[in-house]
Design a protein around this ligand. Structure first.
Ligand code: FAD
Length: 383
């Protein structure tokens, strides 16, 4: 298995790294403190073509590969998790669903502007009654002539209600069999669809500058042509997208861990105690060594899953392993990073405290750690 980056992937890595050093890191604390969605920065990330890396040029993309996407997400998350998750959801969930299942018309109308960063997309599966048990959603869509009429609500939807949000892909029940088992379909719901509305932003522990809102559908009408793929196949579609999204989230965890490691090494070398730099104390060295080990292993499992995606091989198990390992490792890494920074690490304006808050949701979003373990166990033939 080849895990060395190609020259093209290195160019993308450097481009995103330089962008974050210039446009994200110096100001991220400000917009995070204000819980403000950074519209202009997201526009600029869009102009760099990051959301279109894996899509063909015909749909506004740059014909790149999955590793390029992962490298870019890693670098964005090294800068700020809110920026990274905004692009991750738009490209890796919404965009990939459109690319894989959309009609030619849907790709031209919706995927191309996502790929070119003119709009962002969202993906609405979770409902107020639950997210892990995704097959039990209650939002329903009924066909009336040339339209689908959607009723229900969604909770915790990333990228909802921003000035850049052009559409959301919404999962809804379209029929039930004799035993009441739901058939789910996915729909492209434009932000201005009649009967569609967005609730107030949640106040969150982390990812504070990302937009997360509830969605409401009250006799929301979309054209029949907005059905994504085959009616009744929505469950398989979003499970595939979630697998892919998990690899993206793992890349974000790696970027966050890398940032914590870099900050901690830098701080440990400068900070002095007992007449020495604290990097001279073995207890501190061990923390840094454990952090570096987590970053390295996290990057390997994430790139491995990405390589399987790119080769068109099964990747469900590897995606779950990458997501589980990196998100849980990130919690340990942020904890040690704050510890190395001592009291300064606990201050609001310390960068490591931002990463500390941003890490927790990595074990929840796109399937909790418990759900990843269930997926891995099932892949082992258990349950
Ligand atoms: C910041 C943020 C952004 C999000 N963005 C999106 C988005 O863009 N789109 C979207 O659709 N959703 C989004 N989500 C929702 C997210 O995917 C869900 O929160 C997550 O899947 C868990 O669902 P839940 O919150 O309903 O928890 P629940 O499903 O109620 O689970 C609660 C607890 O029970 C455990 N549990 C549940 N079932 C089992 C089981 N069978 N075995 C063992 N343990 C179990 C869970 O692991 C968890 O610990 C977002 C969430 C957050 C916090």
């Amino acid at each position: 298995m080849e895990l060395e980056l190609t020259e093209q992937q290195r160019i993308i890595q450097k481009m995103v790294r330089d962008f974050c050093d210039r446009e994200v890191l110096p100001v991220a604390d400000t917009w995070v403190a204000r819980e403000e969605f950074p519209v202009e920065v997201i526009r600029k990330v869009g102009k760099l073509g990051i959301a279109g890396l894996r899509f063909p040029a015909a749909y506004g993309g740059s014909d790149g590969d999955m590793l390029s996407v992962l490298v870019a997400l890693e670098e964005l998350a090294r800068g700020d998790a809110s920026v990274a998750v905004t692009i991750d959801v738009s490209a890796t969930l919404c965009g990939e669903l459109l690319y894989r299942y959309g009609t030619e018309e849907q790709k031209r109308r919706w995927l191309a502007p996502i790929a070119q960063g003119e709009i962002i997309g969202s993906f609405a599966l979770t409902e107020p009654e639950g997210g892990s048990d995704a097959a039990s959603i209650r939002t329903a869509a009924v066909r009336h002539g040339n339209e689908w009429v959607i009723n229900g609500s969604k909770a915790f939807i990333t990228n909802a209600g921003t000035p850049l949000t052009g559409l959301t892909i919404v999962a809804a029940v379209t029929s039930r069999d004799g035993k009441g088992k739901a058939a789910i379909s996915n729909f492209v719901v434009p932000s201005d669809a009649p009967g569609f509305s967005v609730g107030p932003a949640y106040h969150k522990l982390g990812w504070r500058a990302s937009a997360t809102r509830p969605l409401y559908f009250q006799d929301c009408r979309v054209p029949a042509a907005n059905l994504l793929g085959v009616e009744g196949r929505g469950l398989a579609q979003f499970l595939w997208a979630l697998d892919l999204g998990r690899v993206g989230l793992a890349a974000m965890a790696v970027g966050l861990m890398q940032a914590c490691l870099d900050l901690s090494v830098g701080y440990a070398q400068k900070r002095r105690a007992f007449g020495k730099s604290i990097a001279a104390f073995q207890a501190v060295q061990f923390k840094l060594a454990d952090m570096a080990t987590a970053v390295h292993l996290g990057r390997l499992v994430t790139y491995h899953a990405g390589t399987l995606v790119q080769r068109g091989l099964p990747f469900k198990r590897e995606a779950a392993i990458a997501k589980l390992f990196t998100s849980e490792a990130a919690l340990r890494v942020v904890d040690e990073a704050v510890q190395v920074h001592g009291g300064y690490g606990f201050m609001e304006d310390s960068p490591v405290s931002r990463y500390y808050r941003d890490a927790k949701v990595l074990t929840i979003g796109e399937g909790t750690s418990e759900m990843q373990r269930l997926v891995i166990a099932r892949e082992l033939g258990c349950g």
